[in-house]
Design a binder for this molecule. Structure first.
Ligand code: MG
Length: 308
């Protein structure tokens, strides 16, 4: 098994060599003599832990810690602070800034090893948990990661069994205007309400409804021809407008959605991405023709619209 990577930042060469001698057998270690270099290396990614000296010339460990915690790429990496400043105030400051642990020099090899092992294990566990989390936090529906993981598998099933397959894109109308008018917390609430209303109607085991990003959603489902998929999505669009969430959009006094999609029986030479793009084009048409409507494309090059 490949060794986990650890970044060690300390202005003392002696300390770096000492730490390498203790940890080098179990971990792949990168060493840096300055905080600036340490920050640059940390951003390159791949580290499961950072050991950070507090007292260094130029940028000190606390300042670097603040940078690490303020950067999305490095925020999750656990940091253990190393220092000879065996003062409780420093320890508190380090922990408040987001360090996971604190080891006072001189330290015993056994203690540093034990603490490093613990925090690397915790980090690996948390990373796996984050990666496996397939639910969108805000709405409770599937997230984009789950959609990305499943869409090709479902597409291939449809190809194999020659089942009618539908791809749907949905977008909340004038959502930026909603946020500007009612604020982002209210906007988040709208995203959640719209998602739950739509998701509750995709009930079959083969249905997948997911938040694609922002106020945009994607659904894939099997078994519907063009007209029945169109009617199904029209009922969802009406249910969302029927929530009667006030909006000052030019389309309706209520929050509404535009929906575009395509239904077809996929052939083995067909490509999922082509049909996703077609669904997106249908969504674009729905918006272009005044929003709050469904535009659907089916097999025999027919386009279904609510309004002409
Ligand atoms: Mg130092």
């Amino acid at each position: 098994m490949e060794k986990e990577k650890i970044l060690v930042i300390d202005d003392s060469t002696v300390q770096l060599e000492y730490l390498c001698s203790i940890l080098g057998g179990d971990y792949q270690i990168t060493t840096c003599l300055t905080a600036e270099e340490g920050l640059a290396r940390a951003k390159e990614g791949g580290f499961s832990l950072i050991l950070l000296d507090v007292v260094m010339p130029d940028m000190d460990g606390f300042t670097l810690l603040q940078h690490l915690k303020a950067t999305a790429l490095t925020r999750h990496i656990p940091v253990i602070l190393l220092t000879s400043l065996a003062d409780v105030q420093y320890e508190e400051r380090g922990l408040l800034l987001g360090a996971v642990d604190y080891v006072a020099k001189p330290f015993s090899p056994v203690i540093i090893k034990a603490r490093v092992n613990t925090h690397v294990q915790l980090y690996l566990y948390q990373t796996r948990f984050r990666e496996q989390a397939l639910v969108d936090e805000l709405t409770g529906v599937a997230n984009r990661r789950r959609y990305e993981a499943e869409c090709q598998i479902r597409w291939q099933e449809a190809v194999r069994f020659q089942l009618p397959f539908s791809i749907c894109m949905m977008d909340i109308d004038h959502f930026k205007l909603y946020n500007d008018t009612f604020g982002h917390p209210a906007g988040d609430q709208v995203i959640a309400s719209v998602a739950q209303t739509a998701a509750s109607r995709f009930r079959r085991a083969t249905d997948l409804f997911a938040r694609y990003g922002g106020e945009e959603f994607v659904a894939i489902f099997m078994g519907n021809d063009g007209p029945s998929a169109f009617a199904f999505l029209k009922s969802i669009r009406e249910a969302i407008e029927g929530l009667h969430i006030p909006h000052n959009s030019p389309v309706s006094p209520w929050v509404t959605v535009s929906i575009g999609g395509v239904s077809l029986v996929p052939k083995s030479e067909d490509d999922y991405a082509t049909y996703l793009k077609l669904a997106d084009t249908m969504l674009y048409d729905a918006k272009r023709m005044g929003r709050n409507q469904v535009v659907w494309y089916s097999e025999n090059k027919e386009q279904w619209r609510e309004r002409t």
